[in-house]
Design a protein around this ligand. Structure first.
Ligand SMILES: NC(=O)c1ccc[n+]([C@@H]2O[C@H](COP(=O)([O-])OP(=O)(O)OC[C@H]3O[C@@H](n4cnc5c(N)ncnc54)[C@H](O)[C@@H]3O)[C@@H](O)[C@H]2O)c1
Ligand SMILES: *[C@@H]1O[C@H](CO)[C@@H](O)[C@H](O)[C@H]1NC(C)=O
Ligand SMILES: *[C@@H]1O[C@H](CO)[C@@H](O)[C@H](O)[C@H]1NC(C)=O
Ligand SMILES: CC(=O)N[C@H]1CO[C@H](CO)[C@@H](O)[C@@H]1O
Length: 713
């Protein structure tokens, strides 16, 4: 059987045994690694020539934590259940931590999850300044299983440990030192020697031999304080995700350790872990973890052995909202950016927007002054194309106007070098129309659809035409990853993946309101479901002008499936345009506090009158579950169409698009994963039922109907 990593032991002449975890690329933990570690520890304890022990990783990484693929094996019960209790208690607590020989962890790179839990069993920890330490289990729907919930509070204090666990926050070397999570910081090349020396010093009593992390009390708050902190943490856990159990489980397990002692805490920890690993949110979050990485795999493109070309200089045309956001994203990732505008005045405004974007990161403490200066130094503004002769990739983000875009691409072809990738930010224009089919350059034209604000929103839709070369797609995927976006490759269609899914969603919401459902009840049903906001709050955020412009496109691209409501146009007439005018479906005060507006009723009544719809008592009394279904199932239906039409290549890409572009709760696994848990038969039957009452907009597409007949998506 293929081995999933191992640990090796190497005893030096100084009497220090160095135990190295070896499991590239991230030194993840597996049962093989753990059992091999156990053997290495036992050998070190047994051997008379070993005085002290150093545990470390390799290739600049300590350990990325338990291999997440093995979670899937556990959930599907493909492997014999490794007993977390056995690993946590018998191995880590009763063998390693109680060792009579000093143990020092030498940490470089990541020490995450189980990796940090092993390091916390050691008697001292030395790290590099860039090492990142943390327990990110929150993101996976579980709690740590190897003692993390008990040892972290005892090393850094209760308040700090709960904050770290409930935000899944990683801390870097310096901060870890301040917190007491590590005992010293040294550079990478001194790491191992310092750790060896430290271990020997403990052995020779030149340094204090700290008692086991598990039994330390020096950082722990008094019982009275602890109660307050736990209370606060529970409130925080409920706020983070009222639908989730596992954030609360962190607090319960930590509390057990305080009330009944750390050993009882360890037992409750692994028992809770075993339950959570089989929970629906954990499965969904693990699915999202892999789905997100999976967007980088495009059959027929990324499996051809192509290597992404090096992109160093990026040109951006148009310094408006989108262009300046895109420029900011590139500058933050150390790319040289050349921003072109039509004249000096507009150029200056664009540069100011970029500065403001960067400054706001400084203000939020997310960017140092030094990095701010560095980023700005990489930016060059221009009003002509001369400097475009040396760029590798260009993003066009000018006003949405076909003839303007055509002109720009003609210019670009003249000035940019032959290898330069030509990307357009168009959200509405068919790329095939922008570039003359006969152009020599059609193979390097690609769409790059960012979401506003581009330097903040994580998703990037990469739009390929039938002529875009696989190399160019591979290049843009790589660039997207480097600027910290999650790229999803799509084919051209109105709205691409995200806006196209959103359209039927907003349409169904309008339909329900005209038939008698309450705007604010609908939004509340969606926030309870776990969305950041409901459809009407979203309308306000996007702005009514944008929403109506988008509707106009769908009217021509999906004729026969449009629900024409006058509700928003009526509000537009009164200059209520959404959040920017402080009046939309809600009222917004100075501090952007949101309030429902009773006046909304009169617009709804008028809209109803125009469409000739009367209140349907059934709709007026819909349960929250029904509201969510009637608005989300049309979105599921559209997602199925996107798959059937080949706009996206796999369902999991739409799960990511829905989570990152629409705010669908990741712990429900994304739109199609969720649909699968609800059941395609049920979805189809409800859509059929509504189609007969409210029109064919609801009618399930062939793809969905077929899946329902077969019983899965
Ligand atoms: N046990 C845990 O709780 C745990 C462990 C590791 C990583 N993480 C999370 O994953 C992120 C690290 O990934 P990145 O994207 O920054 O690194 P990366 O993209 O540099 O990682 C390289 C590859 O390793 C894979 N990978 C990383 N850690 C893995 C693991 N433990 N099991 C299986 N595959 C793994 C990734 O899918 C990726 O393909 C962190 O943000 C962290 O929150 C959580
Ligand atoms: C996790 O385990 C799987 C299967 O055993 C392996 O293919 C994969 O490379 C491992 N991942 C990491 C990050 O170690
Ligand atoms: C770029 O895309 C955005 C968002 O889709 C669109 O509104 C805009 O018109 C495009 N161009 C510019 C210059 O922002
Ligand atoms: C390359 C490609 O897929 N082109 C399509 C873009 O979208 C229009 C309208 O849907 C189609 O007609 C093109 O074939």
């Amino acid at each position: 059987m293929k081995s999933n990593g191992r640990a090796i032991i190497d005893v030096g002449a100084d009497g220090v045994a160095v135990i190295t975890i070896i499991n590239p690329p991230v030194n993840s933990l597996s049962l093989d690694v753990l059992y091999s570690l156990k053997d290495a520890f036992e050998e070190a304890f047994r051997r008379d020539d070993v005085k002290a022990i150093v545990v470390t990783g390799c290739h600049g990484k300590f350990s990325g934590g338990f291999n997440i693929s093995s979670f899937v094996d556990l959930q599907q019960e493909k492997v014999a259940q490794p007993n977390p209790g056995y690993i946590s208690l018998d191995i880590l607590t009763d063998t390693v931590e109680v060792s009579k020989k000093p143990l020092v962890a030498a940490i470089d790179g990541h020490a995450l999850g189980g990796g940090l839990e092993i390091a916390m069993c050691c008697h001292a920890r030395i790290s590099t300044p860039n090492a990142k330490l943390g327990l990110p289990e929150l993101h996976l729907g579980i709690i740590p299983g190897f003692g993390g919930t008990q040892r972290l509070p005892r090393l850094v204090g209760l308040a700090k440990s709960l904050e770290m666990m409930l935000t899944a926050k990683l801390v870097k070397g310096e901060e870890a030192l301040d917190l007491g999570l590590v005992d010293a910081i040294v550079s990478s090349n001194q790491l191992l020697n310092t750790a060896r020396k430290w271990a020997l010093d403990i052995w020779e009593h030149k340094r204090p031999w700290n008692i086991a992390s598990l039994y330390r009390t020096d950082k722990m708050e008094s019982l009275g304080e602890a109660k307050e902190i736990l209370k606060f943490a529970r409130a925080q856990a409920l706020r983070i995700a009222p639908n989730l159990h596992h954030p609360l489980a962190f607090v319960d397990v930590v509390e057990e350790g305080i009330v009944s002692g750390p050993r009882a805490g360890l037992i409750k920890e692994y028992e809770t872990f075993e339950v959570l690993i089989h929970s629906v949110p954990c499965k969904a979050l693990v699915h999202i973890f892999f789905a997100q990485r999976g967007t980088m795999r495009v059959p027929g493109v990324t499996d051809m052995g192509l290597v992404p070309r090096h992109v160093k200089r990026v040109g951006i045309i148009g310094g408006g909202l989108m262009g300046s956001g895109i420029a900011t994203a590139f500058l933050l990732s150390n790319y040289h950016v050349i921003l072109k505008e039509v004249n000096d005045k507009v150029l200056e405004a664009g540069i100011e927007r970029i500065k403001a974007n960067l400054q706001s990161r400084v203000n939020k403490g997310k960017l140092s002054q030094e990095k701010f200066e560095k980023a700005l130094s990489l930016l060059i503004g221009t009003v002509d194309y001369e400097s475009f002769r040396a760029i590798d990739m260009v993003f066009e983000a000018v006003t949405e106007d076909l003839s303007l875009k055509k002109q720009i691409f003609t210019d670009l072809e003249k000035y940019c070098p032959p290898h330069c990738i030509l990307a357009s930010n168009t959200s509405t224009i068919d790329l095939n129309l922008i570039v003359d089919e006969k152009s020599k350059y059609v193979d390097r034209i690609i769409g790059a659809h960012f979401f506003s604000p581009a330097h903040v929103m994580p998703l990037l839709e990469i739009v390929r035409t039938q002529n875009t070369s696989p190399q160019v797609i591979v290049d843009l995927l790589d660039v997207g990853k480097k600027i910290k976006k999650t790229p999803v490759v799509v084919r051209n269609c109105t709205g691409f993946s995200v806006n196209r899914m959103l359209f039927p969603f907003t349409q169904a919401a309008l339909l329900l309101v005209e038939h008698g459902a309450d705007v604010y009840c609908i939004d509340s049903a969606f926030t309870k479901f776990g969305m950041a906001m409901g459809p009407f709050r979203l309308f306000d955020l996007v702005g009514f002008n944008v929403a109506m412009a988008s509707e106009a496109q769908f009217v021509s691209s999906m004729p026969g499936r449009i629900y024409k409501s006058m509700l928003i146009p009526l509000m537009q007439q009164d200059k209520r345009l959404g959040e920017t005018t402080r009046k939309g479906f809600y009222l917004y005060d100075e501090g952007r506090k949101v309030k429902p507006d009773p006046d909304i009723k009169k617009y709804i009544e008028k809209a109803r009158e125009i469409s000739g719809v009367s209140i349907d008592p059934k709709v007026a009394k819909l349960s929250e579950k029904d509201m969510v279904e009637m608005i989300f199932f049309p979105l599921v239906n559209e997602a199925c169409r996107l798959l059937a039409e080949g706009i996206v290549v796999k369902a999991s890409d739409l799960d990511i698009a829905s989570v990152m572009g629409i705010g669908f709760p990741p712990y429900r696994g994304g739109i199609l994963y969720w649909a699968d848990t609800v059941g395609s038969k049920y979805i189809c039957s409800r859509l059929d039922e509504w189609a007969t009452i409210y029109g064919k907009n609801f009618k399930p597409c062939d793809y969905l109907a077929e899946k329902a007949a077969r019983g899965f998506l």
